[in-house]
Design a protein around this ligand. Structure first.
Ligand code: PA5
Length: 447
């Protein structure tokens, strides 16, 4: 069976530098696997592809079928780790113009997202769209108290109830939340909503291979068994503390070596527009895991060749504080061939008969060497083909690399204390009871 390839020959790093970090990687591996490192209460994702609840998975598949039998749209309500992973995978496997396809060409319901912003225009437009459609809701929130999804759920639930009546609406609401506690769990129990559990020991950004991601992904008609199978095979392959043999750990080690040499911006590069939300998922994974204690690589993402016409300049010639991690797919499953034009006005007949995927590959190779010449280290992650198995594997690859990388950096990669600060201020400004003192402090500062 083929696997993910990690190529660091263009990293501008010498082999001895990798050898020198080997012992630290072994310590990080032991800390993660023996649950002795910081944040070890949130490392349930390490074994999850093997330990998931099979009965719950069957129930989840049944729910996905039900949604498809009575709805044209599933609205996925969640923010951050509670929606980015699902959106990433759905975008990758769905047709690029899925929502515009005629019904007979769609394999499953359309997925729309809510509760990932506080935009009134966005929600108003979504509500307008839903007026004409049959729909269901999947509200996803581990804490059950996150403001953005809670607002969207409150409003969309009422619309659902007004459209179908309380009883029918109940059957169209699927809740994914903490298994033990929280406001959403309480509501789900009181109302009798079908509920799926987010394991206690898995944080939002490590949860895409749990019901958090799996229900919307299954509803979109994507093979979740293969996704989990890929995760399981990654779990086995990357459970090897030897840096020379573990490509996932090589990626974690190299980004730390580069960081220690002043490369504190990592650019995730893809050549496929459908991967934009994969990059959003990746940005959250690494940004929220590593950016703390005044440390961390700033994760950004670009779509090439699109962004070669906007950010290409600063990557090539700007400050030498960046490195690139490029995702490549060896075998693509859709393509278009360049036709011959007898007039050849655009001078492109030299590529007639070539495919766009081939040209995209040449753009990748040419850019890689150009950026390397500009002193931008390049790391290349290659998946053999585009299917659920390799996507599951890639997700686990990045999750594991992130855990190891965070330990190499000397932070707790499984908490996110910094995300609370804006929430406190926002609540105070909105007049939430208990925040009166902060409210007057903030008002003085804003005057
Ligand atoms: O990774 C994380 O923990 C966060 O991004 C959360 O997923 C996000 O804040 C949403 O939280 P919740 O699922 O509790 O609504």
């Amino acid at each position: 069976m083929k696997s993910i390839n990690f190529d660091y020959q263009h990293s501008l790093i010498e082999q001895h530098e990798l050898n020198e970090i080997k012992a630290q990687v072994e310590i990080a591996h032991e800390a993660l696997h023996n649950k002795t490192g910081p944040g070890s209460d949130y490392t349930g994702w390490v074994d999850y592809p093997q330990n998931y609840n099979h009965k719950e998975l069957e129930r989840l598949k049944k729910a996905a079928k039900e949604i498809n039998s009575n709805s044209e749209i599933l609205v996925v309500i969640g923010i951050g780790g509670s929606y980015l992973g699902a959106r990433a995978i759905i975008d990758i496997f769905n047709h690029s113009f899925y929502n515009l396809l005629p019904n007979h060409k769609r394999k499953a319901v359309s997925i729309f997202y809510a509760g990932n912003n506080i935009s009134g225009s966005y929600l108003r437009d979504l509500i307008e769209l839903l007026e004409e459609k049959e729909f269901s809701l999947n509200v996803i929130s581990k804490s059950g108290t996150t403001t953005e999804p809670a607002i969207a759920f409150r409003i969309l639930k009422r619309i659902l109830e007004d459209k179908y009546g309380i009883e029918e609406a109940r059957k169209r609401i699927y809740v994914t939340t903490d298994s033990q506690s929280g406001a959403l769990l309480k509501l789900a129990k009181n109302e009798g909503y079908e509920t799926f559990s987010i394991p206690d020991d898995i944080g939002g950004r490590y949860s895409v291979l749990t019901p958090v991601g799996l229900l919307p992904i299954a509803a979109a008609g994507i093979d979740i068994d293969q996704l989990l199978e890929g995760g399981k095979s990654a779990m086995e392959e990357y459970n090897n503390k030897n840096l020379n043999e573990n490509k996932c750990y090589q990626y974690a080690a190299l980004r730390n070596i580069l960081y220690r040499k002043g490369k504190d911006i990592e650019i995730l590069v893809n050549y496929e527009p459908a991967w934009r939300f994969f990059a959003e998922w990746w940005k959250q994974l690494f940004g929220e895991s590593e950016g703390k204690d005044k440390k961390g690589i700033f994760p950004v993402a670009v779509d090439f060749s699109t962004d070669l016409h906007s950010l290409g300049q600063i990557i090539q010639d700007g400050k030498e504080n960046k490195f690139e991690t490029i995702i490549q797919i060896q075998e693509q499953n859709r393509d278009v061939e360049i036709i011959d034009d007898p007039e050849d006005n655009d001078g492109l007949n030299f590529i007639s008969g070539k495919t766009l995927n081939y040209i995209n590959k040449m753009a990748f190779k040419g850019t890689l060497l150009a950026h390397k010449d500009g002193n931008v280290p390049n790391l290349v992650i290659e998946i053999p083909e585009l299917n659920e198995y390799y996507l599951g594997k890639l997700i686990y690859f990045f999750e594991k690399a992130c855990g190891i990388s965070g330990y190499l950096l000397g932070v707790n990669p499984f908490n996110q204390p910094g995300v609370e600060a804006y929430k406190r201020n926002m609540f105070a400004l909105l007049g939430k009871p208990g925040f009166e003192e902060l409210q007057s402090q903030l008002k003085n500062r804003l005057e």
